[in-house]
Design a protein around this ligand. Structure first.
Ligand code: ADP
Ligand code: MG
Length: 728
């Protein structure tokens, strides 16, 4: 069935906002209602079980069988009271999204009746048929078993009629098949390393949690217009399209007032998010028309990431309820702003201190400086791994496109802190510090809080910016699972802190005072990592040149970035830090190559389909229309008719030229696809899709766009950008 574009537009313009049935009471009265959180547990669990779970949540102590049984039984009772009939283990396979397999609570009793049953063994472990999830070869095909294991640190929740239990997903042999397992290991690594360094400053610090506050950008498009474009519905992005006459150049959408149909969607959506205990607070328009952003209050990283994944699903469900579709792709519309997901990251202690927050006295400033400088040093040493952590097919269109940071990794810390680090570096003294040196350095460090107060110049063009009390990794794509970037960031900082601890201890063991040892080591790191600091415009061409001079890498595309996972030093690092085994690394690299290839293959096939079956017929109809007109006019007016039909002939010539070009570009794309698909391995195929197929996809798309500019509006079969972006 082909949708008539005019009819679709007519229906869409008739839509009314659907106001949600919002409870009358305050948010605090229903917030987290669908979550089996600590508050609920306290009333549903016996004391001993409640304490067992708290220990598991806060310190990672394993849960014993009895506590698991008691928890399962309480969870079941609570979930049924919230309307649940089924339960599922909710996990994060390497596809990047989440997966679930629902089972009902029903257990037959043998006499024709049934009871609701859910015990500790069902809570703790499940065995979904794992054979169709990507594994990169870890799971032999004859051994398709994979296990999901309960993650008690992220609370279960009821969604619709299902009790969802967050779990990890591993193979029979114990290898991770998901994104959550390595994240949990990285969080444990940063906890150990940071806690140990904290001992220099405060013996009461026994636990350090990484925090994550993400900012999610997305587009909304009416569902009928979305359905009328095969490229949007199948690949998440428009593969071609003429720019709307009014795009984002007026900047009138950003922070503008939110249209009614959209604000009804947002209210409904926030209500659902709050019921699920996702603390969303911020909402606003983004730069492009129909582009929006939302952000929650930050949380512990594992929970924050589960919440982001849940929220992405929720966006889709609620959008459909309001006759919208949500676009999470990084670049749904060429020429317009893309979507990202800033990852705000910091470290907080069991004593309630943010380690990236300078304090009021020299000791807390030293602590701040220690974690701040070690983070910069880790970024400097492992910039390529950070780059690889946000590689993805959609992000390739966004990075470096004058709206998002380039693929070059650098850190922005603000002029004041830069000055401070520069001063500290220059003041390096060899040998023992004199009392005068110490005083000078103390004064230097004492300037930190004051420096930060002035740190208001927020450089938006940096991929990794320090923003007062947190670092903000801005290059992550809007559709990404934050688990990988967070795994990488926490792992590399953990490794750096371990190295730092060893060096400082060595100095101390030689009789140098603690403060002096720390300071000296910081000075070494400041000097070493200087190249990664960049305060200028990350979007400018000068930065490309400057970065090259500094020797910083610029891994522009996903296939280039994915080679990083195969480097020996990278494999060794993740192995040493016990985050990913070499076999797991290899498998992940394989899965990512495969994902990249599949996405580009789908894009090529969809474009071929649209060009051949939708655009070409429309162009030919238009040729016929012009021909008929030319013949008619010339028949009626004879010789004089020839001069009268000049415009029609001109447009006909242009259309025919483009039809020819389109046909040639089509065959070209098809032939090259055959060659690239025939290459030896995923790595080479991915390279081919990046360097050979992508330019051909763009070329064919460009011809379609030119035809859109030429063909009669009535005959053009697909919704245009301005219809997709300005209809609300
Ligand atoms: P902006 O758009 O200016 O970057 P937002 O207010 O949209 O700022 O987003 C800031 C994000 O950073 C929010 O998700 C917030 O919860 C998070 N955040 C604030 N402080 C911290 C912190 N100490 N650690 C981690 N995330 C934080
Ligand atoms: Mg931000």
């Amino acid at each position: 069935m082909s949708l008539n574009r005019q009819q679709v537009m007519h229906d869409v313009l008739d839509r009314k906002p659907k106001l949600p049935k919002r409870p009358d009471n305050k948010i605090s009265t229903y917030y987290g209602e669908n979550v089996f959180n600590k508050f609920v547990m306290r009333s549903y669990l016996p004391d001993e079980a409640y304490e067992g779970i708290l220990r598991a949540m806060d310190d990672g102590t394993p849960v014993d069988r009895k506590v698991a049984d008691q928890t399962a039984s309480a969870m079941k009772e609570w979930a049924i009271s919230r309307g649940a009939t089924h339960y599922t283990h909710w996990f994060q396979p390497l596809t990047g999204t989440t997966a679930e397999k629902h089972d009902s609570f029903i257990a037959p009793t043998g006499d024709g009746r049934a009871i609701e049953k859910f015990d500790g063994s069902l809570l703790v472990q499940q065995e979904p048929d794992a054979s169709s999830f990507p594994s990169g070869g870890i799971r032999n095909t004859f051994e398709a078993r994979g296990y999901t294991l309960w993650d008690p640190t992220s609370p279960a929740f009821v969604w619709g009629e299902t009790l969802c239990i967050p779990t990890i997903f591993i193979s029979y042999t114990g290898f991770a098949l998901d994104n959550k397992t390595p994240l949990l290991k990285a969080l444990s690594a940063i906890d150990t390393a940071a806690t140990s360094v904290c001992q220099y400053f405060d013996k009461n610090i026994t636990k350090v949690n990484a925090s994550l506050g993400w900012e999610q950008e997305y587009f909304l498009v009416d569902k009928a217009l979305f359905a009328a474009r095969l490229d949007l519905s199948m690949t998440g992005r428009a593969l071609f399209g003429a720019q709307p006459a009014k795009g984002q150049q007026l900047d009138d959408h950003y922070f503008g007032s939110i249209p009614q149909r959209i604000s009804a969607f947002m209210k409904d959506f926030e209500l659902e998010a709050h019921l699920l205990g996702i603390p969303v607070t911020t909402r606003h328009n983004e730069v492009a028309p129909n582009q929006f952003e939302l952000a929650p209050v930050y949380e512990e990283a594992n929970l924050a990431n589960d919440h982001n994944l849940l929220l992405m699903e929720l966006l889709e469900v609620v959008a459909q309820r309001h006759d919208f579709r949500v676009l999470l792709h990084e670049k749904p519309f060429g020429g317009l702003n893309g979507s990202g997901k800033h990852n705000n990251w910091s470290l907080s202690t069991n004593t309630g201190v943010n380690l990236l927050q300078p304090g009021k006295n020299p000791k807390s400033n030293m602590r701040f400086l220690t974690f701040f400088v070690n983070t910069l040093a880790a970024l400097h040493t492992h910039a390529d791994i950070v780059r690889a952590s946000f590689a993805g097919v959609g992000n390739d269109h966004r990075l470096g496109a004058q709206e998002a940071p380039p693929a070059i990794i650098s850190a922005f810390i603000g002029t004041q802190l830069s000055q401070l680090l520069d001063d500290l570096e220059v003041n390096i003294k060899h040998g023992k510090l004199t009392p005068a040196d110490k005083t000078a350095l103390k004064l230097e460090i004492g300037r930190i809080p004051e420096a930060l107060l002035d740190n208001t110049d927020r450089n938006r063009t940096s991929p990794f910016a320090f923003t007062g009390n947190k670092f903000e990794l801005r290059a992550v794509g809007s559709s990404a699972n934050c688990a990988l970037p967070m795994t990488v960031l926490n792992t590399i900082v953990a490794e750096q802190l371990e190295k730092f601890k060893v060096s400082v201890d060595k100095r101390i063991s030689k009789g140098v005072g603690k403060d002096e040892s720390i300071l000296k080591e910081l000075q070494v790191l400041i000097k070493q990592s200087k190249n990664i600091r960049f305060e200028g415009n990350g979007y400018g061409d000068e930065w490309l040149k400057e970065a090259k001079k500094r020797g910083l890498s610029n891994l522009k595309t996903t296939p280039e970035a994915l080679t990083v996972w195969g480097r020996k030093e990278v494999i060794d690092l993740f192995d040493k830090m016990k985050v990913l085994h070499p076999a797991e690394m290899e498998a992940r690299q394989e899965v990512e190559y495969e994902k990249y290839v599949m996405h580009r293959q789908i894009e090529a096939n969809i474009l071929i389909d649209m060009a051949r079956n939708t655009i070409l017929p429309a162009a030919i109809s238009y040729q016929n229309f012009l021909l008929e007109n030319i013949i008619g006019v010339e028949e009626v007016f004879g010789k004089k008719g020839k001069t009268m039909t000049f415009p029609q002939r001109d447009i006909l010539t242009k259309t025919s030229t483009l039809v020819n070009e389109l046909y040639e570009a089509l065959s070209n794309l098809k032939e090259n696809k055959i060659e690239v698909n025939g290459r030896k391995n995923h790595h080479k195929i991915a390279d081919g899709y990046g360097t050979v197929i992508m330019p051909l996809i763009e070329e064919l798309g460009d011809i379609c766009t030119q035809l859109e500019g030429l063909i009669d509006n009535e005959l053009w079969p697909l919704p245009k950008f301005h219809e997709l972006l300005f209809t609300r």
